[in-house]
Design a protein around this ligand. Structure first.
Ligand SMILES: N[C@@H](CCC(=O)N[C@@H](CS)C(=O)NCC(=O)O)C(=O)O
Length: 239
């Protein structure tokens, strides 16, 4: 799979839905899991976010990924993409149809975005005690919500868009721990709902398909984070 950087021409339109993504991007990862779950036959291109192609700004003025392209339709912003895919490919549901449950899931995503994702991103370069404690406290609230829902997944009996969004981020934690040689542990009892969820998500076939497609595992994630910490991100880490 080619990596598109500054100077790379924009690829020709695809007859399939196309995701502009990056191997290690947690926002894109959630979208990829969801596309797999919906059984969408899609293709993807890797964007070099350290040296972006000029045309990226034409398809998303924010210059960010993920971006979904289906024919002439181009949609950016992760949460908007989830909604778009739900409407576009309704056969396999990944969001509640009940308005209240849907509202609760949207609030969950909003809070995850507000309190967790930025802190995990900060931990890549600054794994300070303060950042670690903050992330642990947010995961504790998530553990509580999981306990209150009382289901295997946030989405009920199988993962939905909220599970996949969250997984894209929490999956990074073990690689961050390894890259920085951090010793913090989330207690198995105190975080028992969270751990039960982690064990089940780790076995999800759509997540595992994605790991295979993009050659992702703890070792290459750790190598990627080490390269980021050293100032020269290696998007091909582990390939
Ligand atoms: N609000 C966007 C944020 C996406 C985002 O931050 N993507 C990262 C993935 S690496 C990115 O494109 N960063 C490059 C940049 O912001 O210049 C979303 O939810 O999709």
């Amino acid at each position: 799979m080619s990596l598109l950087s500054k100077g790379s021409p924009r690829p020709a339109k695809s007859s399939k839905p196309r995701l502009y993504t990056a191997r290690f991007d947690p926002y894109s990862a959630g979208i990829r899991f969801l596309l797999n779950k919906k059984g969408v036959d899609y293709d993807f291109v890797y964007i070099n976010m350290q040296d972006k192609p000029e045309w990226l700004a034409d398809i998303n003025p924010a210059g960010q990924i993920p971006i979904m392209e289906i024919g002439d339709e181009i949609v950016c912003e992760t949460i908007v993409i989830y909604d778009y895919l739900e409407d576009k490919f309704p056969q396999v549901k990944t969001q509640p149809t009940d308005p209240y449950l849907k509202a609760k899931d949207k609030i969950f995503i909003d809070h995850t975005k507000e309190y967790l994702t930025g802190k995990i991103t900060s931990m890549v370069k600054n794994p300070t005690q303060e950042n670690i404690e903050y992330v642990c406290s947010v995961l504790k609230s998530i553990n509580k919500i999981m306990g209150e829902r009382g289901t295997d997944f946030l989405g009920g009996t199988s993962p939905n868009f909220v599970d996949y969004y969250l997984w894209g981020w929490v999956e990074l934690l073990s690689a961050l721990k390894a890259a920085h040689e951090l010793s913090f542990e989330l207690d198995k009892d105190e975080y028992k709902h969270y751990w039960a969820w982690v064990m089940k998500m780790d076995k999800d076939q759509h997540i595992n398909n994605d790991r295979e497609t993009h050659k992702l595992n703890l070792k290459c994630r750790t190598a990627f984070f080490k390269s980021v910490i050293n100032g020269s991100p290696d998007v091909n880490a582990g390939l």
